[in-house]
Design a protein around this ligand. Structure first.
Ligand code: PEP
Ligand code: MG
Length: 315
C-alpha cells in the first residue's frame, strides 16, 4: 500500500498541514537532468555535481565546452532553481586538470574550492561558463562552493560569483562552516548542507570506511546539532538552507531535517517520492517534536527511535 502511494505521488511536497517543502534533484549531467525532470517530481536541481562531468577529461574543457554541458541542465529545468556546484575535485574525485600534490590525507588536503586558492583560473573560467550557459534560458543561476571552511573564503567566492551575475552560496560540509553561519551569510545568499562530508568531518570518520558506519551516520546527534546551527543562521538571515547529502533521501530523517529548519531537500530523483509521501503524512507538530527529540538524543539510535515513535507511532 505504501509502495502504491509512492508510485502515484506527484508532488509538490507539503506536510499534512500543507506547509511547503521544496524537493530538488541531485544530477551530474544533461541526460540525468532530463531524466529527473521527466519524473515531474523535483522543483529544480539542488546539487549539480559538475566534477563528475570531467572525470575522464585529460585537460581543462574550454569555456564553450563547459557552457554547452551546463546549458543542458538549465534547459531541463526552465525557469526553475538550478544549483551548480563548482568543481569538487580531489580526495575521492581526482581530475586530471585540477591536480594536487601527493597528499598523505587527501580528504583533509587540497580538495574542493581549496584547489582554486593559489590558481583561481579554473574556477573563474567555470563561473564564466555557468554565466554563459544560463544566459537566455531564464534560469536563475545559483552556484555554490564545496568545502568552505572560513569567512574569508566565502567572501572571496561570493565576490567572484556576483561579478558574473551569479547567486553565490556555500556548502556546509566542514564543521567550522556550520559554526560560522551568521558570518558566512553576510557574504552569500544560501547554504546547502552536504551531510556526507559534514558527518565525515564532524565524526572524524572516513565516509568510505564501512567498518565505521555507526560513526558516519547522519542521525548522530552531533551532526544534527551542526545542521540546526546552520538552519538557525539561515532563519535569522532569512536565507534558504537546503540539504543535498544522502540524509535528504531518508524519509524519516527528511522530516527531522525540516523540523530543524531546513527549507529544501535534494536527492536522487527516484528517492523523492518516498520523502514526499512521508512529509504528506506528517503534521508540522510531529515534525517539530521529532526534530527536538532527535537533536537532544544521546545516541544516533536513540535519535532515530525517538523520531520513529513520534512520526510513525503517533506518540
Ligand atoms: C556531501 O558531502 O554531502 C555532498 C552532497 O557532496 P559529495 O557527496 O559530492 O561530497
Ligand atoms: Mg561533499
Amino acid at each position: 500500500e505504501m509502495q502504491a502511494k509512492i508510485r502515484s505521488w506527484t508532488g509538490p511536497a507539503v506536510t499534512a498541514d500543507g506547509t511547503a517543502v521544496q524537493l530538488l534533484a541531485n544530477v551530474q549531467d544533461g541526460a540525468g537532468a532530463r531524466a529527473a525532470a521527466a519524473t515531474g517530481l523535483p522543483e529544480g536541481v539542488g546539487l549539480f555535481r559538475t566534477e563528475l562531468c570531467f572525470l575522464s577529461a585529460q585537460s581543462e574543457p574550454s569555456v564553450e565546452t563547459q557552457a554547452g554541458i551546463y546549458r543542458e541542465v538549465f534547459e531541463a529545468f526552465p525557469q526553475q532553481k538550478v544549483v551548480v556546484r563548482t568543481l569538487d575535485a580531489g580526495s575521492d574525485k581526482p581530475l586530471a586538470f585540477a591536480t594536487m600534490p601527493d597528499e598523505p590525507n587527501p580528504s583533509l588536503g587540497v580538495r574542493g574550492v581549496r584547489i582554486a586558492f593559489d590558481e583561481p583560473g579554473v574556477l573563474e573560467r567555470q563561473l564564466d561558463a555557468v554565466a554563459e550557459a544560463a544566459s537566455g534560458t531564464g534560469a536563475e543561476p545559483w552556484v555554490m562552493a564545496p568545502m568552505i571552511a572560513t569567512v574569508d573564503e566565502a567572501e572571496w567566492y561570493g565576490k567572484l560569483c556576483r561579478d558574473r551575475g551569479l547567486i553565490p552560496g556555500v556548502m556546509i560540509e566542514v564543521p567550522s562552516a556550520a559554526l560560522l553561519g551568521d558570518e558566512l551569510l553576510k557574504h552569500v545568499e544560501f547554504f546547502s548542507i552536504g551531510t556526507n562530508d559534514l558527518t565525515q568531518y564532524a565524526m572524524a570518520a572516513d565516509r568510505m570506511a564501512s567498518q565505521l558506519s555507526e560513526l558516519t551516520d547522519p542521525w548522530q546527534p552531533a551532526v544534527l546539532k551542526l545542521i540546526k546551527m546552520a538552519a538557525d543562521a539561515g532563519q535569522r538571515a532569512d536565507k534558504p538552507v537546503g540539504v543535498c547529502g544522502e540524509a535528504a533521501a531518508d524519509p524519516l530523517l527528511a522530516c527531522v531535517l525540516v523540523g530543524l529548519g531546513v527549507t529544501s531537500l535534494s536527492a536522487a530523483a527516484p528517492a523523492l517520492a518516498a520523502v514526499g509521501v512521508q512529509l504528506g503524512q506528517t503534521t508540522d507538530e510531529q515534525i517539530e517534536r521529532a526534530a527536538q527529540a532527535a537533536v537532544s538524543a544521546p545516541t544516533a539510535q536513540a535519535a532515530q527511535d525517538a523520531a520513529f515513535d513520534i512520526i510513525k507511532g503517533g506518540k
